[in-house]
Design a protein around this ligand. Sequence first.
Ligand code: DOR
Length: 439
Amino acid sequence: MSSPQSLLIRGARILLPNGEFLLGDVLIRDRHIIEVGTEIVNTTPATEIDAKGLTLLPGVIDPQVHFREPGLEHKEDLFTASCACAKGGVTSFLEMPNTRPLTTSQQALDDKLQRAASKCLVNYGFFIGATGENTPELLAANPTPGIKIFMGSMHGQLLVDQDAVLESIFAQGQRLIAVHAEDQARINQRRQEFAGIQDPAIHSQIQDNQAALLATQLALKLSKKYQRRLHILHMSTADEAELLRQDKPIWVTAEVTPQHLVLNTGDYERIGTLAQMNPPLRSPHDNEVLWQALRDGVIDFIATDHAPHTLEEKAQPYPNSPSGMPGVETSLAVMLTAAMEGKCTIAQVANWMSKAVAVAYGIPNKGAIAPGYDADLVLVDLNTYRPVLREELLTKCRWSPFEGWNLTGWADTTIVGGQIVYHKGKLNTEARGQALSFV
Ligand code: DOR
């Protein structure tokens, strides 16, 4: 039967929900996966993709990005960011509230949703930011994956660093609270101690492991007191991983970024302020402990914290250089390259970058290749290695901390809701994603 909406992926190495691979076909119709089998016959699809030699994975859901629209579009916007997502195999994203205006009201959330509907190639969701003065908005906001609290590393209205204010947010309502856990008082004190030093490597000493641990301990304490669903964003230290290994209630989840797994303080020498982010890069020991925590399930999933700044902004001497680095275009290839090096399995990468995120945020019908699931998929090439090249990057900031790295697992084809959004180097800029729902 022919259908204008149908797509057949032929001859792929398909990752099944049980972690095994099947050499076979996937039939998609009207946004959904209809059939997965060794050879699908009796169908005349509108489009067929020859996937010989390629591996089919669930599309990446990146649960922490900063896409800068509205207000900071000179760094990135929802269109350019979603193009970078499509190229990186990212089919859905959850975006953070530190835009201008801040996403701290339903009105600001609706504005982002409207903008995304008109310009995003991939699926989208937006966090609502806590200010300490907007609890009614936090409780009513819809749709949103949750409340974002910057416990530190922020200025202005989005900084919530007073214990009593934090406690009142944890005490009211039930929806997920995601924390950027760094202790602002310790950061302030260490900024004074290290004032005047322009070597960006000092950033990791100012915002040190202890600053991260103190805030994570406090968030955990409040979450336990109120049995409040807590997510710890971009966990970066061995100390926090060990804390969670000892004491992690079932309603708590944690994520790590690829850069906190594969970059460390040694990288300041290589790329200077381009390595500067919050929370900062840590030691090689922290890298290894975070990997182990991820493999053991102490850390639940991966997020990029895609936080683009222009090269001009990054060229200012520390501490005037802004913190943050882009990631959506390279995250899957970085993680699959690590898998090929034996750090983990391909199935683990797919779980950490898709299924586990969908489960944690209650995003229905995503994260698996099985009949009934949304057709959000990525075909990757694990046979060839290609370097990260600045001139090929689609993020508006046009740089990557991984430039020159030779990676495998690049997306050949990215499919969002049954539409091909990226195929062999070409974007389909007419395609649009959908608003995510959270149950
Ligand atoms: O390095 C960072 N930059 N970490 C954050 O949490 C925020 C981000 C940004 O928005 O630039």
